[in-house]
Design a protein around this ligand. Structure first.
Ligand SMILES: C[S@@+](CC[C@H](N)C(=O)[O-])C[C@H]1O[C@@H](n2cnc3c(N)ncnc32)[C@H](O)[C@@H]1O
Length: 207
């Protein structure tokens, strides 16, 4: 269940720390959560689906991005699966960032870098981007967010997004295709779509 408006910089709801388990074939973590962040009671089903059905992340000393990291289930999983990568865990929500940092440290994952959006150095290009994106911020804000970060993919980089069908996964995919990113539906189950999105060759206004 979501608790309050979790996509603000500083949640107004009082803190009430708790924990959830993240169990995957290759990951067994207990994660700290709190009120005022996304999916405090359990790891979100869409997030779990992304982590189960997404592709193996790239190997080597690459930069990876968890866009909208929340308390860090995606960032921590990527860091376990790619020990040589640097995993950027980005969120506007300060409480979420603190939890993500705590969870990465507790799991001994020194390759997670938790950052506010403006703290990620401009020159860094991501080999892949993973996200359960914040659809509820509204279409215009979501488009701005994706535009900002999809253009930080390396030229052969790919994004992997999980989006609920009833929250507009198909129209979001069409919008990304129209803007020059190439979208492929990797999987679809129980109302969720997993979208693979390739870096665009040129920005629309440059074509
Ligand atoms: C659907 S939640 C997913 C959280 C986490 N990845 C998970 O799977 O549990 C989306 C996250 O995006 C964050 N978010 C909202 N707007 C953002 C923005 N402009 N930049 C970065 N993160 C943002 C929210 O605070 C929230 O934590």
């Amino acid at each position: 269940m979501n608790d309050g408006q979790y996509w603000t910089g500083r949640p107004e709801v009082d803190s009430r720390p708790s924990e959830v388990d993240l169990l995957l074939p290759d990951v067994d973590l207990r994660l700290a959560t709190d009120r005022g962040v996304f999916s405090t009671d359990r790891v979100d089903r869409g997030t779990r689906y992304l982590l189960l059905e997404g592709p193996p992340p790239p190997t080597g000393a690459v930069d990876l991005l968890d866009l909208g990291c929340g308390y860090g289930p995606i960032a921590c999983t990527l860091a376990i699966r790619c020990p040589d990568a640097r995993v950027w865990a980005v969120d506007v929500n300060e409480r979420a960032r603190d939890l993500c940092r705590t969870n990465a440290e507790a799991a001994g994952l020194a390759n997670v870098v938790v950052a506010a959006p403006d703290e990620v150095p401009e020159e860094i290009r991501m080999a892949s981007l993973w996200s359960n994106p914040p659809i509820r911020i509204g279409k215009a804000a979501l488009h701005d967010l994706l535009e900002r970060w999809l253009d930080r993919l390396a030229p052969d980089g790919t994004a992997h997004l999980v989006v609920q069908r009833h929250l507009g996964a198909d129209s979001l995919a069409r919008w990304m295709d129209d803007q020059g990113w190439s979208t492929t539906r990797r999987a679809s189950r129980k109302g969720y779509r997993l979208l693979d999105v390739a870096a665009r060759k040129a920005r629309r206004e440059d074509v």
